[in-house]
Design a protein around this ligand. Structure first.
Ligand code: FES
Length: 150
């Protein structure tokens, strides 16, 4: 947001200068448009879709998912958690703020390294911003020693 405003200010100054060339003016206009686009992305912009072909797949082994912690499955950008003993959850690891990958859960909280949003390992809901949405949830079940998407 702040960046966008900065671009707007510099473009306003640029257009006010009479000696500015057409080429420079176009360049400044491009930056201004970019700034506006970024401003539009200020709210939760990333709306991750569920990974294709994931249904029925074993995404993790129960042994790899500690209680209160979890594991990130890079192939599908999914974080699998075990908020309480024997309860497994899976969420898209894509932060709803701007799409960074959230980190492993620690004490049932996943933190996004980009801007520090925190998400609950049991619901995927944002606990602290800037993200206000939640991580997309996947329904999972345990089959043997594997965690399967249903
Ligand atoms: S991308 Fe900004 S908090 Fe995650």
């Amino acid at each position: 947001m702040g960046e966008g405003r900065q671009h707007m200010r510099s473009s306003e100054r640029g257009f006010a200068m009479p000696e500015i060339g057409r080429r420079q003016a176009l360049g400044v206009a491009g930056v201004a448009a970019c700034g506006l686009a970024l401003a539009g992305c200020g709210a939760d912009a990333a709306e991750p879709e569920r990974a294709q072909g994931i249904k029925g797949q074993v995404i993790a082994k129960t042994a790899d998912v500690p209680v209160g912690g979890g594991t990130v499955v890079d192939r599908w950008r999914i974080v699998v958690t075990q908020p309480t003993e024997g309860v497994y959850k899976a969420f898209s690891a894509v932060c709803p703020h701007r799409g960074c990958a959230v980190g492993l859960p620690k004490e049932n909280v996943m933190t996004c390294p980009c801007h520090g949003s925190e998400f609950a390992a049991d619901t995927g809901k944002a606990l602290t911003g800037p993200a206000t949405g939640q991580l997309t949830a996947y329904q999972v079940k345990v089959e043997g020693d594997g965690i399967v998407v249903v």
